[in-house]
Design a protein around this ligand. Structure first.
Ligand code: SAM
Length: 330
């Protein structure tokens, strides 16, 4: 599937639920209103949608959320999608998770064909972890990550850089990742969703600064490694692991975007930072044939924009995109 800028859209991220068992302060308001359950696609519908994308050339599927592993019966969807790995039509089936449920699911994930996970973790300090997530338990997440490693899953830790919160801890986290054999990605806070009392400007920490601080402790060598994603990677010479930087604000990352995002209600967003979207639920439900769905997908890909502009400053609104990250997944 080629978009108007000649980019081959081969990567689909699917938010399987907008619900989460944590409430990270930069991601959700404390009293979130979640999507009505009746609007959410069934697991069978999600399977049909994902499989249509695979038929049309998607080679990589990432399940996200909300927290994908809190969706009831999620393993039945993951196992079912695993058939596309076996047939060779899909290169990778993976998840982004907060790790709270990994103790329960790590082995099942491996058995279903999952080989790599992104685990979101912003601090190794138990009190800070509880403060950032509003009620999470760090030990449970660390146990979950250890279970995933023991099950044979490769792990990348995703940390959002938060001014005054974890900014002086990122070096220790990088060393921790190195000691356990995990890659790491550091992400700039993106202006998405209303957070109630939290202020984006107070959270925002440019990664240029983070990189400068890390290079006082580690040797960072730029490398050409690409996942087709927005991260730019360096090799950490001291640990031999990779570190990615995702910088939507200081450096627009769209020119190589090969991905689209599906919400749990079947809305396809062609860009994380733009509002234009296509409803795939109506064509999905309108017919048992996949033809109307395929037409709707192609029409949407034909509208994929070149990129987005996030801005965080005091003169502009705090919110560039009104939906929360949990709707489209990170
Ligand atoms: N619950 C799963 C998890 O925690 O990884 C998947 C969904 S979560 C929305 C995906 C990623 O988005 C997490 O790494 C989270 O830290 C990140 N995220 C959420 N809101 C963000 C924001 N406003 N700016 C940058 N990253 C954000």
């Amino acid at each position: 599937m080629l978009d108007p800028f000649g980019r081959d859209v081969s990567y689909l991220r699917v938010s399987v639920t907008d619900r989460c068992d944590l409430r990270c302060v930069y991601c959700m308001a404390e009293d979130m209103t979640f999507l009505p359950k009746k609007d959410v696609l069934s697991l069978e519908e999600l399977d049909r949608l994902c499989s249509s994308f695979v038929d049309m050339g998607v080679r990589k599927l990432r399940l996200t959320g909300g927290e994908p592993l809190v969706r009831r019966n999620i393993m039945s969807l993951i196992r079912s999608l695993g058939r596309h790995l076996e047939s060779g039509r899909l290169d990778e089936l993976t998840l982004t998770t907060n790790g709270t449920q990994l103790g329960k699911y790590a082995t099942d994930l491996y058995d279903a064909g999952v080989r790599r996970l992104n685990v979101s973790l912003d601090t190794l300090d138990p009190a800070k972890f509880t403060a950032i997530t509003r009620w999470g338990n760090l030990e449970k997440v660390l146990d979950g990550i250890a279970a995933a490693k023991a099950a044979g899953l490769e792990i990348k830790i995703n940390a959002v850089a938060l001014k005054g919160v974890n900014e002086h801890e990122l070096g220790d986290m990088l060393a921790w990742c190195g000691s356990l054999g995990y890659d790491m990605t550091i992400i700039e806070v993106m202006p998405m969703g209303d957070l109630g009392n939290e202020d984006r400007v107070d959270q925002y920490l440019p990664l240029s600064l983070v990189r400068q601080q890390l290079s006082e402790r580690f040797t960072l060598t730029d490398i050409a490694y690409k996942t087709g994603g927005p991260a730019r990677y360096v090799q950490i010479e001291e640990t031999g692991r990779k570190l990615g930087f995702i910088t939507p604000l200081t450096q627009n990352f769209c020119e190589s975007s090969n991905r689209v995002r599906l919400t749990s209600t079947g809305t396809l967003y062609m860009c994380l930072g733009q509002e234009d979207a296509a409803d795939l639920r109506a064509p999905l439900r309108a017919s048992e044939s996949d033809e109307p769905l395929r037409e709707a997908i192609l029409e949407a890909i034909g509208r994929k924009p070149k990129g987005h502009d996030f801005i965080i400053d005091r003169s502009s609104s705090n919110i560039a995109v009104p939906r929360h990250m949990s709707v489209t997944g990170g």
